[in-house]
Design a binder for this molecule. Structure first.
Ligand SMILES: Cc1cc2nc3c(=O)[nH]c(=O)nc-3n(C[C@H](O)[C@H](O)[C@H](O)COP(=O)(O)OP(=O)(O)OC[C@H]3O[C@@H](n4cnc5c(N)ncnc54)[C@H](O)[C@@H]3O)c2cc1C
Length: 437
């Protein structure tokens, strides 16, 4: 049996960066690196995923976790990314789409009240100007206090019902910076249609040859052991058992696996209710471009009949996501539609097949697409992590694991909202700290 001073679990962006700086072995359940940041290719009319760009370049490029655009980030991390995979920079184009009224309101809606019906805009503006009262306990309280009843009923309630799979009335407020409220910009947007762009992803970057080139080039310089799914961790023996029957011993463990899953794998429990999460079903679609396909990079949709809350357009960000023969004409479109489920409540294959058909029909009814050439679902088991009001589950589980020499890192490992650049930074930090012990 192999014994290592340190081991890393998971070869997503976090595990790869920890592996890069530490040189420690990385164990990954899949046969490719990158975790949910892996790109893949599908030929029109085919369903076999290919993990590198085909020679004839006649395939659609998609991502396992839907569009992954690199926002924010420490300058050194961005320099690192650029040195491995040349990138292009993009200016965000996103909007809220009310499908029943065929109305687009640029993101964020509170800064673009001028696009709404005058009466509604006036009511919403009056309500936003009232300073928040009290200390909101739940996300629904926070939204109503920040944006008022009118805008909440119009957009935030139906959108968050879908985005959090119904949890928004019970979970704690989180990530307020995603929907910033700045009263002077709100006023500007109510009377003038071009307020300044705000938020964490106004400008973002993406590798010219696809996100998989970044993961692939990091993996080339790491010691990754593929198809090693961790099944059990014996804390007393400090021993990992993999699903294929092999084992490895460790002194310290760096884990990028979701916090709830590592607790199960290590058979650990604490005496409080675990925090909740949502899974996301991503539907990747390659299609003939419809006559009313918008030019946005992604849309927040509060009223879809099929249940998705966000639709993104890979090929509106960059035409390199299309088969080469369509890149000049831009007569095709590659899309991802995201739908949330309560953590781990994965629909059956039949349900997914039925849902896929419904989504295609709905996008066709909006004239976003014509004929769909490929429709491919992917499942993100732990996608968004939430906490119950006043919960200390996260802090207590992290501490308990640290006492067992298991150091959790990354978005799912530490149960936080985080993008790729921050995940890479955290991986570097933990890898450097544990690697030489
Ligand atoms: C829907 C969605 C959209 C997002 N969009 C963006 C975006 O636009 N921009 C951005 O910067 N960030 C985005 N993110 C966040 C981004 O995905 C994360 O920051 C990043 O993927 C975290 O990487 P990771 O390595 O920590 O996790 P992961 O990518 O999940 O890697 C974990 C790895 O562990 C492996 N693994 C799991 N279980 C086991 C096991 N039992 N044994 C062995 N290996 C195992 C997995 O196969 C995987 O490779 C998005 C996230 C979601 C959910």
């Amino acid at each position: 049996m192999k014994h290592s001073k340190g081991l890393i679990l998971g070869a997503g962006m976090t595990g790869l960066s920890a592996g890069w700086v530490s040189g420690l072995p990385v164990y990954e359940s899949q046969s490719i690196p990158g975790g949910i940041c892996s790109s893949y290719y599908l030929f029109p009319g085919q369903s076999r995923r290919i993990y590198s760009s085909p020679d004839d370049k006649e395939a659609y490029r998609f991502e396992i976790g839907g569009g992954h655009w690199i926002f924010g980030g420490d300058p050194t991390v961005l320099h690192f990314i650029r040195s491995l995979a040349p990138v292009k920079s993009y200016k965000r184009r996103s909007a809220v789409f009310f499908s029943k009224q065929d109305l687009y309101v640029p993101y964020p809606i509170q800064n673009h009240l001028g696009y709404l019906d005058k009466e509604i805009a006036k009511k919403a503006l009056d309500e936003i100007m009232v300073a928040p009262k009290g200390n909101p306990k739940t996300m629904s309280d926070w939204l109503e206090q920040s944006f008022g009843q009118t805008l909440t009923q119009l957009f935030f309630a139906p959108f968050h019902e879908k985005y959090t799979a119904g949890l928004w009335t019970r979970i704690a407020p989180q990530d307020a910076y995603k929907s910033p409220v700045n009263q002077s910009i709100v006023i500007q947007g109510a009377f003038n249609k071009t307020p300044p762009a705000v938020g964490y992803n106004v400008i973002y970057i993406y590798p010219k040859e696809g996100l998989n080139t970044l993961a692939g080039r990091m993996a080339e310089r790491c010691n990754v052991n593929y198809e090693k799914k961790v099944a059990r961790i014996n804390l007393t023996q400090k021993e990992i058992s993999f699903q294929n029957g092999s084992c490895a011993k460790y002194d310290n463990l760096i884990s990028t696996l979701p916090l709830n899953r590592i607790m199960e794998i290590a058979a650990l429990e604490i005496d409080c209710e675990p925090d909740c999460c949502t899974s996301v079903l991503v539907l990747n679609i390659g299609a003939k471009r419809g006559s009313k396909c918008p030019g946005e990079h992604w849309l927040y949709i509060p009223d879809s009949n099929s249940g998705f809350h966000r639709v993104g357009f890979y090929s509106n960000v960059d035409v390199s996501f299309l088969p080469e023969s369509s890149q000049k004409e831009n007569d095709r479109v590659s899309i991802y539609a995201e739908r949330a489920y309560r953590g781990g409540e994965k629909p059956s294959d039949e349900e997914i097949a039925l849902y896929s058909k419904t989504v295609v029909k709905e996008l066709q009814s909006w004239k976003f697409i014509e004929e769909a050439e490929t429709v491919d679902p992917t499942w993100i088991d732990v996608a968004y992590t939430w906490s119950w009001p006043n919960s200390n589950w996260r802090e207590r589980t992290l501490k308990l694991l640290e006492e067992q020499s298991i150091f959790q890192v990354g978005r799912y490992g530490r149960w936080i909202f985080q993008g790729i650049a921050e995940s890479i930074k955290d991986g570097f930090f933990v890898g450097a700290a544990i690697g030489k012990i």
